[in-house]
Design a protein around this ligand. Structure first.
Ligand SMILES: C[S@@+](CC[C@H](N)C(=O)[O-])C[C@H]1O[C@@H](n2cnc3c(N)ncnc32)[C@H](O)[C@@H]1O
Length: 231
């Protein structure tokens, strides 16, 4: 199960205040004057909460109950919903939608990506904004030589390995706890940016693409940031 064991270590291992601040700086101008939002794949809600601090009432959807349970007491301002972002039942529409920190890459079928983007479109108000990021294919080159990080988190030794397999990134986490070794594996699929942009456009969004929050891609950029505006 993804984001089960990892949930309790996620905030310390993955999120850092500087990267959250960079997300907020990028997002802020696009959501000015908007009042409601939904974060798909919100995890423990740290970025969702940071967006709420910009003045939006935020809902967050995540597949992992363990991730939601880590955030629910910390961020009472967020309405957490457990479900699959591809088809989670939502009974309202929003001014803004977000899917951040390469959450989209957990959708392994193209058909699910298309269904998800249509689902987002259907739950936005007119002129609503969708901010979506995804791994750039450069990531596949970056992890051709497996990346291995080792360290301590909350007093527990861990090893995090990332390796490329075709169009996929395989993540493996090992936690050396007092109760023994606990493992968790994740798979992400890397999509071509032109294809993602076409899906957004076909669904009805007017799009602008950024790269690592900049207008132009660097040779080794890590991610796409798409801004979609509902017509
Ligand atoms: C890389 S984490 C990002 C979490 C959060 N956006 C953040 O910035 O901290 C990816 C999250 O996506 C969630 N996720 C993966 N597939 C999902 C799906 N199909 N529906 C909803 N959530 C999903 C995982 O449970 C995990 O919490």
């Amino acid at each position: 199960m993804m984001y089960s064991i990892l949930a309790q270590y996620y905030q310390d291992l993955v999120n850092d205040p500087q990267s959250i601040a960079e997300y907020v700086d990028f997002i802020a101008p696009f959501v000015s004057g908007k009042t409601s939002g939904i974060d798909f794949g919100c995890g423990t809600g740290e970025i969702t909460h940071a967006i709420a601090c910009l003045g939006l009432t935020m809902d967050g959807v995540d597949l992992s109950l363990d991730m939601i349970n880590c955030g629910i007491t910390q961020y009472p301002d967020i309405h957490f919903i457990q479900g699959n972002m591809v088809d989670v039942a939502l009974d309202k529409t929003y001014d803004c939608a977000f899917c951040l920190v390469d959450t989209l890459n957990y959708l392994l079928d193209e058909a699910d990506v298309i269904r998800f983007i249509q689902h987002v479109y259907d739950h936005l108000n007119p002129k609503g904004i969708f901010i979506l990021d995804a791994h750039h294919p450069n990531r596949l080159n970056e992890f051709k030589e497996p990346f291995i990080e080792e360290g301590w988190v909350d007093g527990v030794g861990y090893q995090w390995t990332i390796a490329t397999d075709g169009d996929y990134l395989n993540h493996h986490f090992a936690f050396y706890t007092d109760h023994g070794l606990i493992n968790e594996s994740h798979v992400q699929r890397i999509y071509d940016g032109k294809w993602l942009n076409q899906v957004l456009t076909d669904v009805g969004f007017t799009t602008t693409t950024y790269y690592d929050f900049r207008s132009n891609p660097s040779l080794d950029c890590e991610k796409y940031d798409f801004i979609g505006v509902k017509s």
